[in-house]
Design a protein around this ligand. Sequence first.
Ligand SMILES: [Zn+2]
Length: 320
Amino acid sequence: MNTLNDTQISKSYAIGIDIGGTSLKCGVVNELGEILFSFLVSLSGAKTEAEIITSIVNAITQCTDQLNEPIVGVGIGFPGLIEDNVIVGGGVNLPGFEQLPLGKILKERTGHDIVIDNDANLMGLAEVMYGAAKDNDDAVFLTIGTGIGGAILINKKLFGGYKNRGAELGHTVIHHNGIQCPCGGRGCLETYASVTALIEYYKSQNKTAEENTDGKAIIEKYLAGEDHALKTMQHHFDYLASGIVNYVNIFSPQKVIIGGGISEAGQFYIDELTKRVKKHALPVSFSNTKIVAATLGNKAGLLGACANAFQKFQKTEYAI
Ligand SMILES: [Zn+2]
């Protein structure tokens, strides 16, 4: 656990919680985006929704006890589509939370204002507030992992579509009648350009590949010039770039931010994408766009949850 630093003086604080399938990360962040302290809570012992909710409440109490200052509110990141603090779909790892009024329950239990949003949305918000696009207003964020999550930032605010049910960038279709996607559609970007897709494609090319081959191993083989890895990465870059071309042509963002472990592979990864997007996007739409790697790593979820609380609650709490 990080400890509270007495030299960090700030007027306002928010609590952020990043909820995953097996654990939650909780912490306190000030308005400058500095994490005062954070800790992980395992959810492996929490078998029911009620037990998970109690773990969340306890984590919030632990934060307020340790901080001993007022907070503007609590921001929460959750997998899935979230409308008005209710998970309305896509909560694959935590299916019991769908349709549960989680925000209302937590407000009643803790007395704090609560705002819940999709975890990838919040990672994108963190990058535009404190990270790779902190000097920009408009950005598109993609996190490349087992799937592809994304966020659209306009004027430093999340754009989620009507009732926050859109911005599913990983499920934009880039191949008509293509590979079946877990979402029910076919040909979604994530079925071609996620790390899962990368590994599957590599194994389809290299029949003698080890069963436990992961993205990192494929990158290493690519850098070593192995033929199957070269072909696999070209395929990955081509498809991911196609997705990015669409976002550039629609939003003309100042930054396209690439997150997820693979974005840390090296500058070559960003360069290969940039080369392809530049070739295929509308030149006018791409003229102010830079493709960059995310900079906040695994802190993005927590920072974004707090940024969301500051954006939603700070004005009313601190109105002069
Ligand atoms: Zn899909």
